[in-house]
Write a protein that binds this ligand. Structure first.
Ligand code: UGA
Length: 316
């Protein structure tokens, strides 16, 4: 592969993926609409960290503006990370924005790719939130989709839109269901970012619910690797869980964080917001077998790196 287009290249995962592609010698067209879900300055810092690489061209635009279509010229793989993320803010009036950024924008991208003489491979970012609260041991990709947030509903609908384009036109789309990604540049609304920031300030850590909810936390470079592998090896229509291979309770994560910071965190338990899944636990065997995906970074090491990044460059 020689040329890629990354949507959402200034975001958390998108900026890491862009850096990785550039390091691998790929020419990258990056687009980002600076969707107003968090501090634009944080996204500008992400872009600054990508740097002025000669093989990187950045365009600031929303996918809905459609002025990016010609930039698909010569692109082998599209990595589609642009979205309005976050489960807890997707209620009320915000839902229309979630529909626009997560469903409608994706469909515009697929249409544009379809018009190409040779459509690019398209790796689409989906989410564990399509499953809702998980039951039993590990959840594989055939589990029923029962989202518990409007955000999860938009990600499920986005997957369905992708699937009909695969079935009708054979468009080479693959979908990755990420499980709560963390690491340097994590979005400021996400748990680890907020917890570290609160601990650094000496404030109580605000935990929603009783802290017994669990997640299969995934380090960001592992999510990036899944994108690279999917771009190379996935077949049209395939869907993969991308997890960290370890289910951990939130309260236990706080203990690890406390050890890393050499403090005993004060915790303020507050009522859990609607839309929060109680448990996620990924069966990643399909990604292992089909793509060769294997998470490399342990939770302890990933947290250490996120903390180092936040200390080095304080952010909101
Ligand atoms: C995350 C992302 O925000 C979604 O965009 C993504 O789609 C999803 O992962 C996914 O895996 O599909 P979430 O699991 O809620 O969603 O990630 P965090 O925001 O890091 O929250 C993890 C847990 O910490 C949740 O139970 C949440 O309620 C809790 N939390 C979060 C707190 O207790 N306090 C906070 O201040 C923030």
């Amino acid at each position: 592969m020689t040329k890629a287009l990354v949507t959402g290249c200034a975001g958390f995962i998108g900026s890491h993926l862009t850096q990785r592609l550039l390091n691998d010698g790929v020419t990258v067209i990056g687009i980002d609409g600076f969707v107003d879900n968090y501090d634009v300055a944080a996204k500008l810092r992400n872009l600054a960290e990508i740097g002025s690489h000669p093989a990187f061209t950045f365009h600031s635009t929303m996918l809905q503006a459609e002025r990016w279509k010609d930039w698909l010229d010569g692109v082998d793989v599209v990595y589609h990370l642009a979205a309005l993320p976050g489960v807890r803010n997707s209620w009320g009036k915000a839902f229309a924005e979630y529909v626009s950024h997560n469903i409608l924008a994706t469909q515009l991208l697929l249409e544009a790719c379809m018009q190409r003489p040779k459509p690019p491979v398209i790796v689409v970012s989906s989410s564990s939130s399509v499953y809702g609260t998980m039951q039993g041991t590990l959840t594989d990709e055939s589990a029923p989709l029962r989202p518990v947030s409007p955000y999860g509903v938009t990600k499920e609908a986005m997957e369905q839109v992708c699937s009909v384009y695969v079935k009708a036109y054979g468009l080479p789309i693959t979908m990755l269901r990420y499980f709560t990604v963390y690491g340097p540049r994590q979005r400021p609304d996400m748990a680890f970012h907020r917890f570290f920031r609160q601990m650094m300030k000496g404030d109580p850590v605000v935990v929603y619910g009783d802290g017994q909810q669990s997640r299969d936390f995934t380090y960001v470079t592992d999510a990036v690797e899944a994108n690279i592998l999917a771009g190379r090896h996935a077949a049209p229509g395939e869907i993969f869980n991308v997890g960290g291979n370890r289910e951990v309770k939130l309260i236990d994560v706080l203990n690890i964080m406390g050890t890393l910071m050499n403090i005993s965190p004060k915790i303020s338990f507050q009522p859990g917001p609607a839309g929060d899944s109680l448990r996620t636990c990924a069966d990643i065997r399909l990604a292992e077998q089909r793509l060769g995906y294997r998470p490399q970074v342990s939770l302890e090491e990933g947290l250490r790196r996120q903390l180092a990044d936040m200390r080095f460059q304080p952010r909101s």
